[in-house]
Design a protein around this ligand. Sequence first.
Ligand SMILES: NC(=O)C1=CN([C@@H]2O[C@H](COP(=O)(O)OP(=O)(O)OC[C@H]3O[C@@H](n4cnc5c(N)ncnc54)[C@H](O)[C@@H]3O)[C@@H](O)[C@H]2O)C=CC1
Ligand SMILES: O=C(O)C1=N[C@H](C(=O)O)C[C@H](O)C1
Length: 251
Amino acid sequence: MSSKLRVAVIGAKGRIGSEAVRAIEAADDMELVAAIGRGDKLETLAEAGAQVAVELTTPASVMGNLDFCVRHGIHAVVGTTGWTEDRLTQLTTWLDDSPDTGVLIAPNFSIGAVLTMKFAQIAAPYFESVEVVELHHPNKVDAPSGTATRTAQLIAAARAEAGCAPQPDATTTALDGARGADVQGVPVHAVRLRGLLAHQEVLLGGEGETLTIRHDSLHHSSFMPGILLGVRRVVTTPGLTFGLENFLDLG
Ligand SMILES: NC(=O)C1=CN([C@@H]2O[C@H](COP(=O)(O)OP(=O)(O)OC[C@H]3O[C@@H](n4cnc5c(N)ncnc54)[C@H](O)[C@@H]3O)[C@@H](O)[C@H]2O)C=CC1
Ligand SMILES: O=C(O)C1=N[C@H](C(=O)O)C[C@H](O)C1
């Protein structure tokens, strides 16, 4: 039997899934053993002997797919969004029953986005105000993006740890949504615009100065090195790993 990693893609016909299929086919140390689309049987994964499934579908489909993978001891690299505390708890429970299986959930596979989150986390305690603006293609089904939600959570945690005061905001009258979504006290704004792919700005403001951290994914190829890294690392990392930064040496 070949020593290549046996990899499947679930959501193989989607925007990122089809790019992932090409990247896995081109990787010397991987073999694409299944490409699953909507309506295809998950049993194909087990029949094909997949060691790792790359899950790139929709928030509505991801839990059912992961339930199957974990029950069959198939490691998973997950880019699909829609993660809540309840979902993470459910997934952890499944993993407890399959202790050798690893699942990586990466809100964003691109190195620039991972660094944006890290930089925002570092900067957040030093400014009075911080807001997140994410900008995506109009076919995206969820808002705010998984990346923006994670960024805001990391910012909120960093500010709480540093003992920062709540952000200044004198708004008393506003149209619904005008101040964005409130993610743990951090406003998050979602733009949907034809022509865009995936972009994010973290705006920080202090007395007499602002700092803007901006990242642009201009092509789905930006996510591929992160997906391949995730596949290589998840097979030796049992349990739940949340965030690609855990597989990068960011200091
Ligand atoms: N973590 C990251 O770096 C990235 C994450 N994403 C996320 O990945 C997900 C997919 O994004 P896109 O490719 O843009 O969406 P898409 O709509 O182009 O693709 C999703 C695909 O999954 C298929 N699908 C749905 N349910 C399925 C099921 N039960 N079994 C098999 N296939 C199923 C759909 O038919 C579709 O082909 C989204 O949640 C998006 O936010 C997207 C880009 C980067
Ligand atoms: O739907 C997308 O396109 C993307 N989804 C992910 C998210 O919601 O953060 C990652 C990236 O922003 C592209």
